[in-house]
Design a protein around this ligand. Structure first.
Ligand code: UTP
Length: 293
């Protein structure tokens, strides 16, 4: 079985659900407490032992490249001010992984963004982490995905159960159970109406894919919203090869919409050593005032 050494992070979308914040700023750079979202992803990849990272970017996304580059001026300034801890933190960001970039020239959908990685990946299995999905978990989510791939082989789709009245917002998985938290996938449906959904297990931002996905993506016609949907190609892949779905452990946040971003901000702040106590007090006060209203 081939080892997973590369991860693709598609980050070229327009972020229309979070306008105007994303007009000139990539949503993948929106900070959750004090770290841009995409840094959480790269830390998770590194913790899972995957160090070659390809970020799919586009116009208006330069801040991502700048963030993972050295910042010589800033480093000099911190050195002069003897802010050693901060200096170390800033340097660590550029040493976190081997990061490569490819531009998606037009936002033609997630499937198309992944297709841009074809030459970089070649014929190997690889991981995918969506640029706006972060997961807080005991075992890094990507590690859980890779463990599942190493147990069952094939491709693995990461997911979790969502409330039934929300299934129409997600790609939904149909399949047979092979373990407590693993299904063998038979079919995938992109954003089904509640009555058409085969289950409430939703696809959530993490994948391990076989190289066989690329020819399928090339044949995939634009689907919902005129975009080339990864879900359509995965549905086809599941008809031809083994595809598993892992119901991963952890708290998942979609920071690409306002509510998801706010939930991530509050919950990460409550876990942050520096601010958690004061923030907890503040939230309690606010809540008491709200209840009195
Ligand atoms: P989303 O559908 O959440 O991103 O894609 P979006 O299209 O930017 O969002 P909205 O709906 O307009 O608000 C999930 C991930 O795939 C990337 C996005 O950047 C995001 O990280 N993506 C999406 C691409 O790289 N290219 C695309 O054409 C579409």
């Amino acid at each position: 079985m081939k080892k997973i050494t590369k991860v693709v992070i598609p980050a070229a979308g327009l972020g229309t659900r979070f306008l105007p914040a994303t007009k000139a700023q990539p949503k993948e750079m929106l900070p959750v407490v004090d770290k841009p979202t995409i840094q959480y992803l790269i830390e998770e990849a590194a913790a899972a032992g995957v160090h070659d990272v390809l970020i799919i970017t586009s116009r208006n996304k330069r801040a991502i490249e700048d963030h993972f580059d050295r910042s010589v001026e800033l480093e000099l300034l911190l050195q002069e001010k003897h802010k050693d801890d901060t200096l170390e933190q800033v340097r660590a960001i550029s040493d976190m992984a081997n990061i490569f970039y490819i531009r998606q020239k037009q936002a033609l959908g997630l499937g198309h963004a992944i297709l841009c990685a074809k030459e970089f990946i070649g014929d190997e299995p690889f991981a995918v982490m969506l640029g706006d999905d972060i997961v807080h978990s005991q075992t890094p989510c990507l590690k859980q995905m890779i463990d599942c791939y190493e147990t069952y082989g094939g491709s693995v789709i990461g997911g979790q159960s969502v409330p039934w009245d929300e299934v129409s917002r997600y790609g939904i998985i149909a399949g047979q159970d092979v373990a407590d938290n693993v299904k063998r996938v038979t079919r995938l449906v992109e954003k089904p109406a509640r009555e058409e959904a085969p289950s409430n297990l939703a696809v959530l931002g993490r994948y391990v894919l076989d190289g066989g996905i690329f020819p399928l993506l090339e044949q995939t016609k634009p689907g919902k919203g005129g975009e080339i949907q990864l879900t359509d190609a995965l549905d086809e892949l599941a008809r031809r090869q083994s595809v598993y779905a892992l119901n991963f452990e952890g708290r998942h946040y979609d920071i690409g919409n306002k509510l998801g971003f706010l939930q991530a901000t509050v919950e990460y702040a409550l876990r942050d050593e520096q601010v958690s106590q004061a923030f907890r007090r503040y939230l309690t006060d606010i809540l008491e005032q709200e209840i009195k209203k």
